[in-house]
Design a binder for this molecule. Structure first.
Ligand code: 5AD
Length: 342
């Protein structure tokens, strides 16, 4: 069934698929779109993922780390824009200075805004102790993509020594220790089949995930995967069918309309919202940082002023009949359901 949905090409079938997924989304969170202000705190990374533009081995990436002041100013913008939530995302580091820094940032943001601003972290694989410290500091959601749930494909896109099992162990630890836990995959990786993608959806279900973020794989010129497989064409429509299939299978999770979709098609995020996504993550960083946080080629929104972007994003959300939600955490219903009575 999943494979059939993901392979659909008849326009009427595809329209029906999106309509069913959208109806399911309406039953879970209504017409509301939850906002998360995305703050890309640093592109310094200790990892060497073969597809990623900010991999440690890419000497051409200009590195930055935002100052505390700039991060707190971005959090304030999210608060004043009524987003209700922020995401601190960055390259992966696990040295003591980094762990302390994130703990301090989360503590200061929580001290200032309390329940006015929920904090999601997206900072890769860490030890249980680190996750626990960041949670005690006040963060409550964590995003960590599995990238592909197929261990062989995972191994082909990561350097030797990067362990699939450890990634899964991180996801399971987060979920069991009270975090609202999100994961996701890249769609259209070299060698990936529709069967792999169907298994990815079953992985999300079996690991009881609360949030899903998926996007098309977009080659970055300075990476080994692009050098090995230069001719990959991102498949936007397959990515939207994945969103719809995820909504139908997983029902009450939050699903992000991701930036990578917008990179391929200007209204890609709106199309995802109409196919079952219910979360949008506008980038709040200064353009000087955004340009350097280059995971893949052609990231959008690099020049437009932030206020312009937010205004036009809200109008385009209203134009498709959706409502930008304001001043709420926007927690996934799935988390409440799976933890009820624990
Ligand atoms: N294309 C699409 N997504 C990418 N990511 C990293 N590199 C690429 C790429 N070339 C995604 C990964 C990672 C997230 C932060 O960005 O899924 O988890």
């Amino acid at each position: 069934m999943l494979v059939r949905m993901l392979s659909m090409s008849d326009p009427d079938d595809v329209r029906r698929l999106y309509a069913l997924a959208y109806a399911q989304k309406l039953r879970v969170t209504g017409r509301y779109v939850f906002f998360r202000g995305l703050i890309e705190v640093s592109n310094v990374c200790a990892r060497n993922c073969l597809y990623c533009g900010i991999r440690a081995g890419n000497g051409r990436a200009a590195r930055y780390t935002m100052s505390d002041e700039d991060i707190l100013a971005a959090a304030d913008t999210a608060f004043r824009s009524h987003f209700g939530s922020i995401v601190l995302q960055g390259g992966e580091r696990s040295d003591a200075a980094f762990v302390d820094w994130i703990e301090r940032l989360v503590t200061s943001i929580k001290a200032k805004y309390g329940t006015g601003l929920g904090i999601t972290l997206s900072l890769g694989e860490q030890t249980p102790e680190t996750y626990d410290r960041w949670k005690r500091a006040g963060a409550h959601r964590y995003l960590i993509r599995i990238e592909s749930s197929d261990p062989d494909l995972f191994a082909r896109i990561h350097p030797a020594g990067q362990s699939y099992d450890n990634r899964v162990a991180c996801i399971d630890y987060l979920s069991a220790s009270g975090w609202q836990t999100g994961s996701g995959v890249m769609i259209g990786l070299p060698g990936q089949t529709v069967g792999n993608l169907a298994d990815d959806l079953l992985f999300f279900r079996d690991h009881n995930l609360d949030m899903i973020g998926m996007g098309p794989y977009i080659p970055h010129p300075d990476t080994p995967l692009t050098q090995a497989c230069p001719d990959v064409r991102p498949d936007f429509h397959l990515a939207i069918r994945m969103v719809a299939a995820a909504r139908l299978l997983l029902k009450d999770v939050n699903i992000a309309a991701t930036t990578a979709l917008q990179t391929l098609v200007p209204d890609g995020r709106e199309q995802a919202l109409l196919a079952g996504a219910n979360v949008i993550m506008p980038n709040l960083g200064d353009p000087q940082y955004k340009r350097k946080y280059s995971l893949y080629e052609g990231k959008p929104d690099l020049n437009d002023g932030l206020d312009n972007c937010l205004n036009s994003l809200c109008s385009s959300i209203r134009a498709i009949g959706e409502i930008p939600s304001q001043d709420v955490y926007g927690d996934p219903v799935h988390f409440a359901t799976r933890t009820a009575g624990r």
